[in-house]
Every structure is written in structure tokens, then in C-alpha cells.
Design a binder for this molecule. Structure first.
Ligand code: SF4
Length: 289
């Protein structure tokens, strides 16, 4: 066998290996996204209303922004009576994952007690009347009942648990007063316009606020346009960036996102937000001439 044939064989094996590796990798990420990224409905134990339906609904609001304000519960019961029940309930819009108990009234009691219920199907739909988005969950009716009966936690208990978790987090992370306080572990104050200490500094920059030691002499800085701004993992949802540039940053329950089509012409404001971020996860690039 010639050297050329051997080299060709090795190259071919490497290429096939690479293609197979990429295929496996993309399959893995696809499965990961499918398992962890898709909307999730968890049943809670109703405690407030006789015909209460309590739940937690999670979806990726950064990927699919929507103001969810409608719940629909449908029973398809072709072999029973009634053969179909449809209940709609509106509530105040929710733009991120939320938990709620809603009163579905007598129709819900009728739905649960329908003759032949176990052989039917139940569909739960969350939708947004303003954004045209909906998320649908479908169950065999017997499974729906089983999940309802298995729900062990009420909404109040879930909220209490979340409060305890966030209280733990608060003990580990400084409260929002950090805006004017010394950054723990850094020995420096945050240079943001809302901190009176930096008033002169930001005036010199053409922005708003005060003067840190040595900052009063800082030269005036011209504004600039940002090409791209993004948030790296690690946000501690302190709200500083949204307080400074609300048109650019939106702080959600567990992270911060960049609003769709944010104004990028006030680079100094974005720079100020990036400097204010206590965990330095706001990054941006400037437009180059
Ligand atoms: S990105 Fe930074 S400043 Fe904005 S909320 Fe998260 S931690 Fe706070």
C-alpha cells in the first residue's frame, strides 16, 4: 500500500470522525434544549378557591418574550357527558415565569366531574392576547387528575420557600445599597452617576453625577455609539443596569436581558451601567469609525 493511500485513508477517517462528532454534539445540545428549555407547567395544591386551579408556569421569556394574560382549560370528552367543556380566565399580564391560583368557577367542577372523564383529554393553554403567543399542554384526562391529586404544595407554601431561598441569597449577596457603598472585596466605590460622590466625574463625562478622588480631574469624554451590548452569565439581578439605562436593560426574575432593539447611541450610559454592574457581566463593543 502506497504512502499516499495511507494518508488518504487517515484523512478520510479524521473527516468522518469530525462530522460524526459534530453530529453527536448538535444532537446533545438539541436534546438539552428540548429537555430544559421548553415551557413547563407544574401543578400546585389549590387552597384559596373551591374551584381553584393552582400552578407554576415557566417558559424562556428571553427567547419567547410575551405578556401572558390568559388561561384556557379544555376538556375533550367524546365518549362522556358533557362531551366538551371550555373555560377561559384572564388575569394581569405576566412577562416572566409565574405561579398563580385562579378561580375557574362551577364549570371547572363540572369539568372534573364529567361522566367518562378518565377517557377524555385535557388541554391547558396559556396565551397572550397582545403578543399572539400561546403555550399548550395536553394530558390524558386520567393523567391530569393524577397530577392534580399529586400536587403537594400550595401557592403560599411555594412563595414562602422561594422567599427563604432568596433570603439565603441576600445574606450572601450585598443588598442594593451597594450603589453608593464600597464594593465588597474591591475596596473601591462604584462610579455611577446616581452616587453623589461621583457627581463631578460624570459631569465631566457629559453625563449626570459626582467625583471620586482623582476623578474630578477626569477629562470630558465624548459620547459614542455602541455596536453590540450583551450580558455574560453571572447576573445577580441587582437592578442597577435597568435603573441606569431602562431602555437597554431589563432585569427578570433570575437574570438580566438586553431589550429587543435597544437604543445604542448613548454609549456613555451603557458604559455607566457596565461600570455599575457589581459582577461585571455587562459587556459591549463600540462602533469603530
Ligand atoms: S447585569 Fe449586572 S447590573 Fe444588571 S442586574 Fe445583573 S448584576 Fe445587576
Amino acid at each position: 500500500m502506497s504512502t499516499t493511500t495511507i494518508a488518504l485513508g487517515i484523512s478520510l477517517t479524521l473527516v468522518i470522525g469530525l462530522v460524526a462528532g459534530l453530529g453527536v454534539l448538535s444532537l446533545f445540545f438539541g436534546v438539552f434544549e428540548w429537555v430544559f428549555g421548553r415551557p413547563k407547567l407544574t401543578f400546585l395544591k389549590p387552597s384559596e378557591f373551591e374551584a381553584g386551579f393552582a400552578f407554576s408556569f415557566h417558559w424562556n421569556a428571553a427567547k419567547e418574550p410575551a405578556k401572558i394574560n390568559n388561561l384556557e382549560v379544555r376538556l375533550f370528552n367524546p365518549n362522556g357527558n358533557p362531551s366538551q367543556v371550555q373555560i377561559k380566565k384572564s388575569f394581569d399580564p405576566e412577562s416572566e415565569s409565574f405561579s398563580k391560583e385562579v378561580d375557574l368557577g362551577k364549570r371547572y367542577i363540572e369539568l372534573l366531574g364529567a361522566q367518562g372523564f378518565d377517557s377524555g383529554r385535557v388541554e391547558i393553554i396559556f396565551s397572550s392576547t397582545t403578543d399572539g403567543v400561546n403555550f399548550s399542554f395536553e394530558y390524558p384526562a386520567s393523567k391530569f387528575k393524577e397530577l392534580l391529586n399529586a400536587a403537594g404544595e400550595t401557592l403560599a407554601e411555594q412563595v414562602k420557600e422561594e422567599d427563604e431561598i432568596s433570603w439565603d441569597a441576600k445574606t450572601a449577596i450585598p443588598a442594593r445599597s451597594f450603589i453608593a457603598d464600597t464594593v465588597p472585596g474591591k475596596g473601591a466605590q462604584l462610579a455611577i452617576a446616581t452616587n453623589p460622590v461621583f457627581e463631578t466625574y460624570f459631569k465631566n463625562m457629559g453625563g449626570g453625577g459626582g467625583s471620586a478622588e482623582g476623578a474630578a480631574d477626569a477629562p470630558a469624554q465624548e459620547n459614542f455609539t455602541v455596536e453590540k451590548v450583551w450580558i455574560e452569565p453571572g447576573c445577580i439581578v441587582c437592578n442597577a443596569c435597568e435603573d441606569i439605562a431602562p431602555k437597554v436593560f431589563e432585569v427578570l426574575a433570575d437574570t438580566c436581558i438586553i431589550r429587543p432593539e435597544p437604543p445604542l447611541d448613548d454609549g456613555l450610559l451603557i458604559e455607566e451601567a457596565a461600570e455599575a454592574c457589581p459582577v461585571e457581566v455587562i459587556k459591549f463593543t463600540k462602533v469603530t469609525a
